[in-house]
Design a protein around this ligand. Structure first.
Ligand code: HEM
Length: 484
């Protein structure tokens, strides 16, 4: 009996050892085949999320990336927002990620953003519908539309907003009003009114909810955001229905909503009400928060760099003098602002309001000797590249003059990607530039200003000035631009 028992134990141990060795060998083989980028996954579940958030809540989040890049190199593994993530600070890898959208990678947003935007928002769409909507958006924000149509609205709405400025102004708030009103005008032809003001208030609640826990029981911010989203969708839905009726009566407007009704010559025809509402809802988010932040930050950086501000003043005063009493800007005026374009680029580079984009690997992907496993998240960091001394000399200072030569960079022109790239490249890239340039022109020629109190730039949950950048403005005489 003992012998049989011993035999059994021997057999069991042999099988167990064999299976164990096989598992170890398989794991070893797998690790060799799937060589993850170096890095650490941090604590169970939360990974390195808390380190990331606390860094991005300060004015100088750079050490979070710098420390890891110096330890592990430009591509490293981390664990943020509940998932293991490959982080790229390498321009070539970023380019590869962006260009392979829909083939090797797909866009990936947190659950809260997905729920609040709606499935037909451009940011979440995939495949053919995304292609159609993206090209339609592009066709409504390209240079010729801007030149023939949008510039006049931008110019008028910026001036209208500035007319009311006096004393202490929260720049971030005013900039938001300008860009919100512009986007509403572009989308559905409404001028600022009580309705647009109410809509904007609801929008702010929706955006607050983007970075909350997407569970109504736990987060009142998320609950409020969901309610606000419903109200916004209802308001937009009403507009869509009314406009459909007007169209039946033969009325046509020259705006994006009209283009959506028609499918605007794009293969596949027009869109349903639900598609249109989700699309408009997301375009308002994408267009107004980003551009208003860049407006505020341009003013902040200029205020802190007086020689850049005085160079810019010279450029705009020259335009003003040339135009005499005509206040409104024409396309030729916009095209004669070379230093302004340097300021726009430099603000985009150093502010990095979209610090990078998340994607999900659709299959195992080999890159630079590493494997990104299928299903893993990747983060293509624009910020890390834009602030890398290897690509931009003295990368962490605001220096608009760098754009007067060498496309700003000391390495290649492909390293500057504030608007992303590939099939999801921002369709509003030109529109944002025009809005910022026109805003700077009218601000600089009409006002002088000083900060009302110290404020702080933070980067989480979104890039913003903590106190909305309060400034004290003083009106300058329009027709005597040399006077301070
Ligand atoms: C300074 C201002 C802006 C910046 C820095 C910016 C940046 C970006 C970036 C980086 C992306 C790519 C996201 C990705 O690849 O996942 C993007 C996408 C997008 N942007 Fe902008 N943007 C700005 C202004 C605007 C404006 C004015 C509009 C209005 C038309 C707009 C509409 C969009 C839309 C609809 C998308 C989604 C594109 C898609 O997924 O196909 N953006 N933006």
């Amino acid at each position: 009996m003992d012998t049989i028992n011993n035999l059994f134990i021997c057999l069991f141990l042999s099988v167990f050892t064999f299976l164990l060795l096989r598992a170890v060998a398989a794991a070893h083989l797998r690790r060799r085949k799937t060589r993850l980028p170096p890095g650490t996954l941090g604590l169970p579940f939360i990974g390195e999320t808390l380190q990331l958030i606390s860094a991005y809540k300060t004015e100088n989040p750079e050490p979070f990336i710098d420390d890891r890049v110096s330890k592990y190199g430009n591509i490293f593994t981390t664990h943020v927002f509940g998932e293991p993530t490959v982080f790229s600070a390498d321009p070539e890898t970023n380019r590869f990620i962006l260009q392979n959208e829909g083939r090797l990678f797909e866009s990936s947003y947190p659950g809260s953003i997905q729920n609040l935007l709606g499935r037909y928002s451009l940011l979440l769409m995939r495949g053919t519908l995304h292609k159609r909507m993206h090209s339609l958006t592009m066709s409504f924000a390209n240079s010729s539309i801007l030149k023939d149509h949008l510039l006049a609205d931008i110019d008028r709405l910026v001036r209208l907003n500035l007319d009311s400025w006096t004393g202490r102004v929260f720049l971030m708030e005013e900039a938001k009003k300008i860009t919100f009103n512009l986007t509403v005008k572009q989308l559905m032809s409404f001028d600022p009114c009580e309705w647009t003001e109410k809509l904007m208030k609801e929008y702010m609640l929706v955006i607050e909810g983007f970075f909350s826990i997407p569970l109504p029981i736990f987060s009142s911010t998320y609950r409020k955001a969901i309610q606000a989203r419903r109200k916004v969708a209802e308001a937009l839905g009403l507009v869509v229905r009314e406009r459909r009726k007007e169209r039946e009566g033969g009325e046509r407007k020259n705006d994006m909503l009209e283009a959506l009704f028609e499918g605007d010559g794009v293969e596949g025809g027009g869109f349903s009400d639900e598609e249109i509402v989700d699309f408009m809802l997301a375009l308002l988010v994408a267009g107004y928060d980003t551009t208003s932040t860049i407006m505020t930050l341009a003013v902040k950086f200029l205020t802190e760099t007086p020689h850049a501000l005085s160079h810019l003043k010279e450029e705009h005063e020259e335009i003003r003098l040339r135009k005499g009493e005509v206040e409104s800007l024409q396309w030729e005026d916009y095209k004669s602002m070379p230093f302004t374009q340097c300021v726009v680029n430099e603000t985009l580079r150093i502010a990095n309001i979209i610090s990078g984009v998340f994607r999900r690997a659709m299959t195992d992907i080999n890159i630079k000797g590493y494997t990104i496993p299928k299903g893993w998240k990747v983060f293509a960091s624009f910020r890390a590249v834009h602030l890398d001394h290897e690509h931009f000399k003295d990368a962490r200072s605001f220096d608009p003059w760098r754009w007067q030569s060498n496309a700003g960079s000391t390495s290649s022109p492909n390293v500057f990607t504030p608007f992303g790239g590939g099939p999801r490249r921002c369709p509003g890239y030109e529109l944002a530039r025009v809005e910022l340039s026109v805003f700077l022109h009218h601000l600089i020629t009409r006002f002088s200003w000083v900060p009302a109190e110290p404020d702080k730039l933070i980067f989480f949950p979104t890039t913003r000035m903590q106190k909305r950048y309060p400034i004290i403005v003083q009106r300058r005489s329009l027709f005597d631009p040399c006077k301070e």
